[in-house]
Design a protein around this ligand. Structure first.
Ligand SMILES: Nc1ncnc2c1ncn2[C@@H]1O[C@H](COP(=O)(O)OP(=O)(O)OP(=O)(O)O)[C@@H](O)[C@H]1O
Ligand SMILES: [Mg+2]
Length: 362
């Protein structure tokens, strides 16, 4: 131990202990760090804040402990046995460092990293939104061109259908074919209308505060009534529940929100295949209002979830145009929002419109 009796450091606290763990030496710095006086340490065991009960004789220990000086201060303790020349354990040397500043710096770096990650994810979201609206713009241009040409053709078909109808008797065998042509042409006209809706530019002149709860109230009953009338889905056994949170107010075009909800609802009704439950709800947090439709239907595969918003993607064969969710997506994007989907195959689906909430100052 003699050789160690001059160990000192202005930065670090040093304590020497004899074999029975009594303090034989302590420097000034350790007194500052442990908040005690040299004469209270010498000849005593280590102060209470330092746990030395479970130390094995030859154990080397490194630990971080709360400083007795409080205020979130932290200490680093290094404790090692000291051997005599003939190899016997003569006592221990303990070195204490105040690592509070380092810890704060580390915490600071962690906080900054979190902030950076948050900024990064916002940037990614903004980028994604930009790509989406660019995609929408390109699609809009294409849709407008196609819609124009197809509409011309449909006009000619429907005009000729009218002429043929006039020339035929109601019960003539060709009449059925003519009616078939007319129906198909009108369906095609509806598809063109939906395609045009997708590519429609943002028109904020019709924007006003919209309470999403009102949209739900307007659309749900009317939609169920329409299903029952058209028998397009087995609406009789589908139950629709609504849960509305107050103040889900956004800035936008209520006609578009109605159209979006009607599309999402119809998909849900088709997914539950005449028996099941649909829940329509509105909710909000500080930034967004949500209009959510959850169903207990067939759910979506990973592939379907990935392609859900693609124009013309449908799993319903000739019965679907695959434009419903593209319209919903376009409406969400025009309102600075997005479509959020959670679903598992066989376990129902939840499709939400997430739109920035209207703040009081806007
Ligand atoms: N709630 C849902 N549950 C399960 N699958 C869904 C649901 N909503 C949409 N899908 C899937 O997404 C596909 C695309 O939906 P989208 O509304 O765009 O087109 P569609 O319903 O097939 O055709 P359309 O809307 O023209 O009648 C559907 O074919 C279906 O596979
Ligand atoms: Mg649909």
């Amino acid at each position: 131990m003699c050789a160690l009796q001059h160990v000192d450091s202005p930065e670090r606290g040093v304590i020497l202990l004899d074999k029975s763990l009594r303090v034989t030496y302590a420097n000034q710095r350790v007194c500052e760090i442990l908040g005690t006086a040299i004469d209270r340490l010498i000849g005593e065991g280590l102060p209470e804040v330092v746990d030395h009960r479970s130390l094995d004789e030859d154990e080397v220990l490194e630990e971080v402990l709360d400083s007795p000086l409080g205020k979130d201060a932290v200490l680093h303790r290094y404790s090692s046995p000291v051997y005599s020349r003939d190899g016997w354990i003569a006592g221990r040397v303990e070195i204490y460092s105040d690592i509070t500043a380092r810890r704060r710096l580390e915490q600071d770096i962690l906080d900054r990293n979190l902030e950076l990650a948050e900024l990064n994810s916002r940037l990614e979201e903004a980028q994604e939104q930009l790509i989406q609206s660019e995609r929408l713009r390109a699609l809009g241009e294409m849709a407008a061109g196609i819609a124009h040409d197809i509409n011309n053709v449909l006009g000619i078909i429907l005009g000729n259908v009218q002429l043929a109808r006039r020339k035929l008797d109601e019960d003539s065998p060709a009449m059925k074919s003519i009616q078939g042509i007319e129906l198909a042409a009108r369906d095609a006209a509806e598809t063109v209308r939906r395609l045009r809706e997708i590519g429609k530019p943002v028109d904020t002149s019709r924007y006003a505060p919209v309470d999403l709860g009102e949209i739900v109230r307007d659309v749900v009953d009317a939609t169920i009534a329409a299903w029952k009338e058209s028998r397009s889905v087995g609406a009789a056994q589908v139950t629709v529940e609504t849960t509305l949170e107050p103040d889900c107010v956004v800035w936008g075009n209520s006609v578009e929100f109605r159209e979006a909800l009607a599309n999402i609802l119809l998909n849900a009704a088709q997914a539950v295949e005449s028996r099941g439950k649909i829940e329509v709800s509105t909710s909000r947090d500080a930034e967004y209002a949500y209009l959510t439709v959850s169903d207990t239907g067939i759910g979506m595969s990973e592939e379907t979830k990935k392609r859900l918003l693609d124009p013309f993607f449908t799993t319903r064969g000739a019965e679907g145009t695959g434009l419903g969710m593209s319209m919903v997506d376009a409406i969400a994007i025009r309102h600075g929002g997005k479509v959020v989907v959670t679903s598992e195959e066989g376990k129902g689906a939840s499709v939400a419109l997430r739109i920035p909430v209207l703040r009081a100052r806007e």
